[in-house]
Design a protein around this ligand. Structure first.
Ligand code: SF4
Length: 472
């Protein structure tokens, strides 16, 4: 349901170094990260002397042809990327990994996140004569690296990273090394794994499961890891560290089977549902979850409240992107095609519906109406996250203030707008209690609280920025 809510993760990364099936494994791993981006995909691979790349628009199986994959088949080192593109930036030139050529060597680059001072850097570089090939914020990295001075490649990469602000998980590939870097707030997830003798890296551990790799650990904020044929080197590019992993990863973006610090997203979501039940003083006949991302929270709610859980909503898994359209009417049609109530389950009942978030309110409004039309006596909405009120500057396409329903309306007003009999959100404090319980070192909650952990240096809202740099 990501596309229907104006809430989109922007990228998924996977890389592997020194495996005879590197490209095939990258392709399979990207499949399991497809939920993080459906508008474009690419792979860059090394044969030890040069880098070669393939990329295209659409879902992975549309973006990369059999012939393209075949041409990279023998290469033992590979990085891949899936991306979501905002409407204006869905150009092939912005699909990653980027592949830059120069006489000192090739550079493959894949980025998840958003560099909040990219516009400033880009303007300064343009004034010095640089010409950019894409409208992506990630391209500034390549320009800075080409200009950086330092005793070796790692020293130069460190210098570049120290100039960047914002959220970034980077994979930086040369012919003979793969460097992995995570920003000093660790906003976007990045995991280290191993497949046979080869180290691999992924945005989520579900990618490791897909290829039979072992999950080693979460990569830490400020960490810089270099993998070569000689082994792996662990370092930091900064001593500053202020962990702020995106809260929405737990609530909504990550796959339920992905793990953070050894805990599955499913367990974390279930605990969010349990906490919501403590804050929602409503009795009802049944609890139902909005498939798929809210089913774990609904189970937690049911366990804690003792109200039986049922499958009252079904998701049509075969509705393609034909139904993903902009505009309110098109969005409503898309929701109707995707979700249907089970009349036999809800008829005559008082129902608690658990959803993980409300952005525009389109989905919630439809769900309440559809359940009532199917005969539900009462529909109470429980949201397993706090009210989403503010835009995100760190790589999530959260709509502008104007599009976020809770940004301009009180809980009572949102409840009235969606037509529910009651509406309860999880509180920010209880959300953080859950995260602490699961070993979190600190979470970004800016879209709920407005407390941005990293200053938005370019000073532009995402949509305004789109017109100028069209960030990835
Ligand atoms: S503002 Fe919200 S969506 Fe953006 S990184 Fe922070 S928690 Fe995640």
């Amino acid at each position: 349901m990501h596309e229907l809510r104006g809430l989109n993760e922007e990228c998924g990364l996977f890389g592997i170094w020194g495996h005879k099936e590197a490209t095939e494994l990258t392709y399979l791993a990207l499949h399991s990260l497809q939920h993080r981006g459906q508008e474009g995909a690419g792979i860059v691979a090394s044969n030890g002397e040069y880098l070669f790349g393939a990329r295209g628009m659409g879902l992975l199986n549309e973006a990369l042809s059999k012939e393209q994959l075949e041409s990279l088949k023998e290469f033992p080192k590979s990085i891949g990327h899936v991306r979501y593109a905002t409407r204006d930036s869905s150009a092939l030139s912005n699909v990653q990994p980027f592949l830059f050529k120069s006489h000192i060597g090739d550079l493959g680059l894949a980025h998840n996140g958003n560099i909040v001072n990219a516009l400033h850097i880009r303007r300064a570089l343009e004034d010095e004569g640089a010409i950019f090939q894409t409208t992506s914020d990630s391209e500034v990295f390549a320009h800075l690296l080409r200009r950086a001075k330092g005793k070796d490649r790692k020293a130069r990469i460190k210098k570049v990273l120290q100039q960047l602000k914002g959220a970034f998980a980077f994979m930086i590939m040369s012919e003979n090394s793969l460097t992995i870097a995570l920003d000093d707030h660790g906003v976007r997830p990045l995991m280290l794994g191993k497949k046979d003798d080869a180290y691999c890296v992924a945005s989520e551990t579900c990618a490791f499961q897909a290829i039979g790799a072992d999950y080693i650990r979460d990569i830490e904020p400020g960490e810089l890891i270099t993998i070569t044929d000689d082994g792996i080197d662990f370092d930091k590019y900064t001593d500053y560290e202020n962990p702020n992993l995106c809260s929405m990863e737990y609530i909504y973006f990550a796959r339920a089977d992905s793990e953070f610090r050894g805990n599955s997203t499913y367990r974390i979501r279930k605990a969010l549902g349990e906490e919501l039940a403590k804050e929602m003083p409503v009795t009802a006949d049944i609890v139902i979850g909005v498939p798929d991302s809210s089913l774990a929270a609904a189970k937690g709610f049911s366990d804690e409240s003792g109200i039986p859980s049922e499958q009252g909503l079904l998701k049509n898994r075969y509705v393609g992107r034909t139904f993903i359209a902009s505009g309110q009417e098109a969005r409503e049609r898309a929701v109707r095609m995707k979700l249907s109530p089970v009349r036999d389950i809800v008829e005559g009942k008082s129902v608690i519906v658990i959803d993980d978030s409300i952005v525009r309110g389109t989905t919630s409004k439809y769900i309440v109406r559809a359940l009532k039309e199917a005969g539900a006596r009462e529909v109470h909405m429980g949201v397993s996250s706090p009210p989403l009120k503010h835009p995100c500057f760190y790589g999530i396409d959260v709509s502008t203030h104007a599009e976020i329903i809770a940004s301009n309306k009180s809980t009572e007003e949102v409840c009235e707008e969606i037509g529910a009999d009651s509406l309860t959100y999880l509180s920010v404090d209880r959300m953080h209690d859950v995260y602490r319980k699961f070993g979190s070192r600190g979470q970004c909650d800016a879209c709920f609280t407005g407390n941005y952990p990293i200053e938005n240096i370019d000073g532009l809202l995402p949509q305004e920025k789109d017109a100028k740099t069209k960030g990835v």
